[in-house]
Design a protein around this ligand. Sequence first.
Ligand code: GTP
Ligand code: MG
Length: 684
Amino acid sequence: MPRKVSYGVDYDEEYDDYEDYDVDYDLDVEDNGNIPQSKQETIKRGIWRCSICTYDNDESLSVCDICGVLRNPLINYGAGSDKKTARFKFDAPSPDDLVFDGLHSSKKVSKANSTDLKSSRVSSSIDQNIGVVGIKSSADRADISSSLMRKGRHHSEDGSNYSKNGTGNMPSSDKSSVSPAALTIKGRPDAIDESSSSSMSRGNPRSLTNSLNKMALDAGSGLSKNGNARVTRSNTKYKPENWMLPGQAEDTLNQLNLAIVGHVDSGKSTLSGRLLHLLGRISQKEMHKNEKEAKLQGKGSFAYAWALDESTEERERGITMTVAVAYFDSKKYHVVVLDSPGHKDFVPNMISGAAQADAAVLVIDASVGSFEVGMDSAKGQTREHAQLIRSFGVDQIIVAVNKMDAVDYSKERFDLIKQRLGTFLRSCGFRDSSIILIPLSAMENQNLVAAPSDVRLLSWYHGPYLLDAIDSLQPPMRDFSKPVLMPICDVLKLSSLGQVSACGKLEAGALRSGSKVLVMPSGNVGIVRSLERDSQACSFARAGDNVAVSLQGIDGSLLTAGGVLCHPDFPVAVAKHLELKVLVLDVTTPILIGSQLEFHVHHAKEAARMVRMLSLLDPKTGKVTKKAPRCLTAKQTAVVEVALQGPVCVEEFSSCRALGRVFLRALGRTIAVGLVTRIIEEQD
Ligand code: GTP
Ligand code: MG
């Protein structure tokens, strides 16, 4: 039953040059577990070539300067272990770089060809002929591939629904397309908590917490004189009908959207696969199949990860490239697992998946060297993911300190990681009380769904196991009584019947068959034909649910990922000129007027340009410290104006958090997080 959402990366034929860039990615592992010198190093004295991206690094670097991969991957796991693994390989250029360079992304993917990738998520009865609606959003004009594809499959208890043409048969080109980013957390005790005044952030005036808190508090104040360019939608007149509100008597589990994030190779997919298997969501039959096939490819250690990494490309490379969606039930929650890619080139995909998160599991590789790489300020995705997750509004985080077997379940190692990570997470704005750290081993099944059995861990760890920790999370708050709002993360089309479905998380309100919805930005009204949650038909869906909404009366080409379904009387705004309050992250190059950016809001992504820098703000007080700064540098908070190449569905943060959180990226890195403070120019 786990399904896989595909947010991938396409490249145009203009990028065929990259084929010349291919290298032999098969990383041989000798019997002694070492990588042969000839592949690992070479060419010239003083230079070593990265086996992953082929960049020639200086001898002094222990980590690839380009892709952040360890020079000497840890092959041996713990004393006495005979486990070996070939490391992942990667050859695709960054989608962000394509955008930045103004080059055309997107290989011409035949949507029809990719049909079998995207089946099961919409309908268990729809297994074939499903194509993704070509996404012709404004992002296309911006040379950003905005198409979102869902590839999926069912895993029934007996594995009988396992797609025979699963993604494994796809040509590698078909798996991709950059997902527009998405930040859609709404209604939870939010991002911007009151912790700015808490003890943890007090000592760190420049912390992300402080800055974000301040930004949130000020977001509605409207720094500019001009009012909103449009009539703000009014929630005051809206009255939800009875069925829209959860009844006391209802006996259904709360849905919890759980993003699994962390640095590349930390074991996110293995952990997710292991959990699903332990909880009976992956059949024995399917596990055997994965094990057999993984072994045949010399990647036996990836068997659990393959439950989520479905495509040929992901499996060959040994990395997740797209967000996988799977489900399991704990005592308290119906958990939606969003297994994100860790590689830096797929951060836009991670953003899109994590946008739907209510809480997150940050997976850490405890191995010596690997944790440190993840925390590297320039290349570590542990840092970037934690910052992104926090600024999405996620404030509950479980840190899964994985691969403890590789460090002999050492308490000292765990304590060191706990101490370093704790400091960092606090600086991101997570409260101590909302951080749960758990030592575990996905590979050896220690501390996942039961207390550990290994005495080395049992001797010093007496806290909760992972499933326990998930159940201890606070239920997310939902906007049931607001007009319906669903940012579209994916569009599916059943070509044979002409049916179209929009997939995403309902941020507010409720839907049922027959409900009218306004599809933005096209402005057309459609009627809900049917709804599916977790591949099962359902009669209604409410805020927080991750659903596929089948629509009638809508031309499929008008539905786009990055668009929004909303109440016909409460349309969202569509705009391309915005005022933002941003917090600049750890950038090395200052942001200038004219800087080219990649703008992310919920599942939409658009090329943008910095057009004005209005003021710098004191991160503590929010007061203007300087007007019209000439540039923005790391950790500064500022009010700026950006012009987007094409319009996006957006709202001011003060009126709608889900559509008001933005991220700015450039050169493949997230350079700023922020909030929409004003819509300057609304599209008609
Ligand atoms: P990306 O999605 O590409 O970022 O990687 P990931 O974080 O999903 O990692 P994945 O699950 O693909 O695992 C990467 C490697 O780590 C595989 O070789 C796994 O076998 C190995 N691995 C995962 N968990 C453990 C663990 O608990 N112990 C050990 N020793 N190895 C592990
Ligand atoms: Mg993975």
